[in-house]
Ligand binder design. Structure first.
Ligand code: 13P
Ligand code: SF4
Length: 356
């Protein structure tokens, strides 16, 4: 590791992880009827669906069939800003809905379940984060999109996994030191590639944290021809074995574009739907988690993403409940670093080492 790198260890208390929601299984006829009703409701509300790749396949299909989008968090943020629709219905986790509202205050933003949070967001409370920033006034504050509106409001830059590396490289070239929050694994990965001095908040994603490096080595031996695709929220020893490290979009593109016939994938299992759709002839292997004796937490499915379903989507479209509301003062501050990220994404040519 570069000598100029400094790490600040802040031990964080564990985040409460909810059980995986169990949704009643719908027959094909029930599902088709629900989808038809949802499409009508979207039209009558002048609403568009913005879904993440980790949400269940029915929601991803509904978003695409109704003129919405399925994307990574950077593209979800961008997509909302170019929509004419009065309402954005965000199927994903709360920070995605908040980002949509911050960027589009004139629009109504609804979510199927406002309790759909994220362990990174939960592990970075605004008050403690602000105190941490205040202790280090000479650092540029860069926060991952997976944070609350309040945390974003205290930052200089917001980044997603798709653009973190080029933004930090750009800041490093300007001689800036970085205070990074909340994901320690993504932070360490960026730190290693840029050599920039960074203070790292010690947050992590409960889903990606479960990928196991030793078991991955074993699977790689069984499938030596397979390319290893890893989301950078994974532990360092897992990232170290990757052929491609990148955002959900970058991992999907890798399956589509690489010549390999098989892939070992270390990210939430929801991504397999889009991968299979775009590359039906490729073999997709789940990267190993805790394996035998594992808890529900080790299933490689985000429990908060799982709170989105056809049933509660229909319910919010009928009732208009679960609206995202942001304090105007917080919104005014938080929009600056988010817009900075979007402007950077627009104006800077994509960097070859950008996870994409
Ligand atoms: P992406 O921006 O790569 O889609 O990541 C979002 C996320 O929450 C991954 O766990
Ligand atoms: Fe947060 Fe991890 Fe879920 Fe992504 S997968 S939303 S980082 S808890």
């Amino acid at each position: 590791m570069n000598n100029s790198v400094s790490l600040e260890v802040l031990t964080r208390p564990p985040v409460q992880v909810p059980p995986h929601p169990q949704w009643p299984v719908l027959t094909e006829a029930e599902l088709n009827a629900a989808k038809a009703r949802i499409k009508q409701l979207l039209e009558s509300r002048d609403a568009v669906l913005v879904a993440h790749y980790y949400t269940n396949p029915d929601l991803q299909e509904l978003a695409e069939e109704s003129g919405g989008c399925v994307a990574d968090s950077l593209e979800m943020a961008r997509f909302g800003t170019i929509q004419k629709a009065k309402t954005l219905v965000v199927c994903g986790v709360r920070f995605m809905g908040e980002t949509a509202k911050i960027l589009n205050p004139e629009k109504q933003v609804l979510m199927p379940d406002l309790n759909a949070t994220c362990s990174l967001d939960e592990g970075c409370p605004a008050k403690e984060f602000t105190e941490f920033c205040d202790l280090h006034p000479d650092y540029t504050v860069v926060v991952y999109a997976n944070t609350s509106a309040e945390v974003k409001a205290r930052s200089d830059w917001v980044v997603t996994s798709g653009i973190a590396l080029p933004i930090v490289k750009y800041l490093a070239q300007r001689g800036e030191k970085i205070l990074w929050a909340p994901d320690k694994h993504l932070g360490r990965y960026v730190q290693k590639l840029t050599g920039v001095e960074m203070l790292l908040w010690q947050g992590s994603c409960v889903v990606h944290e479960e990928f196991k490096a030793v078991a991955l080595e074993r699977i790689r031996k069984l499938h030596p021809e397979a390319a290893v695709l890893v989301h950078p929220e994974s532990p360092e020893a897992v990232i170290g074995q990757a052929d491609v490290v990148g955002s959900t979009t970058a991992l999907i593109k890798a399956v589509q574009n690489m010549e390999n016939k098989s892939f070992i994938v270390a990210t939430d299992g929801g991504i397999f739907h889009k991968m299979k759709q775009l590359a039906p002839d490729k073999l997709l292997i789940e990267a190993p988690t805790a394996g035998e004796g594992a808890t529900c937490q080790s299933c490689a499915h985000c429990p908060w993403m799982g709170m989105n379903a056809v049933q509660n989507l229909e319910q919010v479209l009928r009732s208009g409940e679960n609206e995202i509301i942001i304090d105007p003062e917080i919104r005014e501050k938080a929009v600056i670093p988010i817009q900075r990220m979007l402007d950077f994404a627009r104006t800077h040519q994509s960097d070859k080492s950008n996870p994409g």
